[in-house]
Design a protein around this ligand. Structure first.
Ligand code: C2E
Ligand code: MG
Ligand code: MG
Length: 611
């Protein structure tokens, strides 16, 4: 490029002309004058070359320093050069990407029309700017703000395209809606536990032959002491610097904060150098941090594992990392431990419980569905039944679902546990139908995880058809938090489809979440279950009484049924009846019971004559 530029200079041309004419000139004086002109031309050319070289060096330095990704492609749309920020953001090195079409980064989220419009604008105006979703080398998708310019030669022909882009994942996450679902740790701006779970899942899915994941869970030793002695502000600053430093180390990988002083790192790799990688991480983080007056050197406890060797399920891998970290902690400070199966149950009661739950699920013998009847308030008739899961632990006895369901949700077991419930509820309904006992729907509780991870819709259809039970007999209870969880996709559309299949749908624990009236109105819901927290203090607590009346009035307005949960006393029942509540569920009518007990009541006197 410099030569074209240099030859454009008049002095250089004059020098060349002088050189050509030198031998033709008649006198020595004229030849000398020509020589001077040649020298000036040559000096000017030399100066230009140096200037151009300096300019190129500076440009390269600026591109190297730029936090924005830069990609230069030629007129055939083949990549010719990228800067280090490009590699950091996308995971592709200069060597890997050179010669490829930029469409290797495409996430598949944009349709043909989008790219047609992109090229039309770029060809017509020479530039394009906008938001694009691309995909990193290892599979996670990310939003970027992209500016592209077409660069033309002096004849106006496009020779290159220069693209400049910023990874706007964090900006996006700051946008209000993403903020609400909370994919980002607010202190460090790194992905939080939930997002890490998703990122791990997508990396696992995209592993190619010969690739593996190195995963590490890092805990800062004695962080509490930092907080206590230096103050929470400095503690926060340390966490944030720590996150930044980790992030810088793991180019193309994933770094996130699980909470407290726990960070997680994932990298996709073809190397089998897990231990060296962990030591590399440790070395990088052992440099002191400048937080207070004195440099602060941190001790780290690290639990690690590798996928697929140590598992292919994100929930299982999370749990194994925690086992490894827990084992490392028991060794004392500044220790790293890679997962081994023998660590899994060594002494952590939670993990032990989880392992036992996994066993219980595999064998199915310790799990059982109890049924609690629901009744019409006016005459006590049976209105429905809720299936409630029970776990009989061989040594701890009955464990409450309030304890083991959250555990299963956190550790990747909920989808299978939910499938177990669906299948057993359908089997029970089928038996009751054959015995001529079933004429009210059975309601099952659906966890958010089933909507997000499991394939709820197909599991429901498969179980219903296997047991020959109509969908109208299987009601679905979803809590407000499930309805608001955007990881489940467009929940409203999914609910419409489930209801079209015939499932009745109820909002469980109503009043404990934040669903607005406007939102509720759009949802295809049949029933609200008023949370027992409001029923408990009825009728004396005036605030609860006011909420109950308001919910009942609102439900009437929307044409929804209401079941009041947790009715234990006659006073509560009378108040609810006076306020126009149609249905109740609670110990006053029936406790959750085993199948044999429910059957006895179904066969005998069904009506509970408490009215
Ligand atoms: P939930 O769906 O709101 O279920 C009602 C809970 O209230 C049950 O507790 C039931 O035993 C209890 N209950 C019913 N009547 C009364 C009453 O009059 N007084 C009092 N104090 N309590 C009453 P349980 O069976 O311990 O279940 C707790 C929660 O565990 C359930 O709350 C539900 O969120 C979850 N759960 C239970 N089984 C399943 C399941 O199969 N799948 C899922 N995803 N969650 C389940
Ligand atoms: Mg429920
Ligand atoms: Mg409830």
């Amino acid at each position: 490029m410099w030569s074209v530029f240099t030859l454009n200079r008049p002095l250089v041309w004059t020098g060349i002309a002088a050189m050509a004419s030198m031998s033709l000139l008649p006198t020595l004086m004229l030849r000398l004058a020509a020589l001077v002109i040649v020298t000036i031309g040559a000096l000017d050319a030399w100066r230009q070359i140096r200037l151009e070289a300096t300019r190129r060096r500076l440009t390269e330095a600026a591109l190297t320093l730029s936090p924005d990704g830069v990609v230069i492609s030629n007129s055939h749309n083949r990549i010719e050069a990228v800067n280090p920020a490009f590699t950091h953001i996308t995971g592709y090195s200069d060597d890997e990407i050179r010669g490829l079409d930029p469409s290797v980064l495409s996430s598949g989220r944009h349709d043909k029309a989008f790219y047609e419009h992109y090229w039309q604008t770029l060809n017509a105006t020479g530039q394009w700017e906008g938001e694009v979703w691309n995909q990193r080398k290892h599979g996670d998708q990310f939003p970027e703000w992209l500016r592209v310019r077409a660069v033309a030669d002096d004849k106006g022909r496009v020779t290159h395209y220069v693209g400049l882009f910023t990874d706007i994942t964090r900006h996006k996450a700051r946008e209000q809606d993403l903020q609400r679902i909370g994919f980002e740790d607010p202190l460090t701006g790194l992905p939080n536990r939930r997002r890490l779970h998703d990122l791990l899942a997508s990396r696992l899915q995209r592993l190619r032959a010969g690739e593996g994941l190195d995963i590490a869970l890092i805990d800062i030793d004695g962080f509490k002491a930092v907080n206590d002695t230096m103050g929470v502000d400095k503690g926060d600053r340390l966490l944030s610097r720590f996150g930044q430093r980790l992030d810088a180390f793991v180019a193309g990988g994933v770094v996130g904060r699980l909470g407290g002083d726990e960070f997680m790192v994932i990298r996709t790799t073809t190397y089998d150098d897990h231990e060296q990688w962990v030591e590399g991480l440790r070395g990088h983080l052992s440099e002191p941090f400048e937080i207070g007056d004195k440099p602060l050197r941190l001790g780290l406890t690290i639990g690690t594992c590798r996928a697929p060797e140590d598992g292919r399920d994100p929930g299982v891998l999370f749990q194994r990392l925690e086992s490894a970290l827990y084992a490392a902690k028991r060794h004392g400070r500044n220790h790293s431990q890679r997962f081994r199966p023998s660590l899994e149950v060594a002494g952590d009661p939670q993990l032990e419980l989880l392992n036992e739950l996994r066993q219980a699920l595999a064998h199915g013998t310790q799990l059982e569905l109890f049924y609690q009847t629901q009744h019409y308030l006016d005459d006590g008739r049976l209105a429905g039944m809720e299936a409630l899961l029970r776990w009989y632990h061989p040594t701890h006895g009955m464990i409450s679902p309030a304890t083991f369901i959250p555990l299963a949700e956190r550790h990747g077991l909920m989808a299978s546990l939910g499938d177990w419930v669906i299948d057993h509820a359908c089997a029970q309904l089928s038996t009751w139908r054959q015995q001529g006992l079933s004429f009210v729907p059975v309601w099952i509780n659906i966890s958010a995880v089933q909507l997000i991870q499991g394939d709820l819709e197909s599991r429901l259809s498969a179980s219903l058809s296997k047991h020959n039970v109509p969908a109208a007999m299987l009601g679905l209870e979803l809590t407000e938090s499930v309805l608001l969880d955007e990881r489940a996709g467009d929940i409203s559309t999914r609910l419409v489809a489930l209801r079209d299949k015939g499932h009745p749908i109820a909002i469980d624990d109503f009043g404990t979440g934040y669903s607005s009236m406007a939102y509720l109105k759009q949802l295809p819901v049949d029933k609200l279950k008023l949370d027992r927290a409001f029923v408990r203090a009825l009728p004396d607590d005036s605030a609860d009484a006011a909420i109950t009346s308001a919910v009942l009035a609102m439900a009437r307005g929307l044409g929804l049924d209401v079941v009041a949960e947790g009715v234990e006393t006659e006073a509560q029942r009378d108040y609810l009846r006076a306020e126009g509540c149609a249905m109740v569920q609670g110990f006053l009518y029936a406790r959750p019971e085993r199948v044999t007990d429910v059957e006895r009541r179904l066969k005998g006197d069904l009506e509970v004559s408490l009215s």
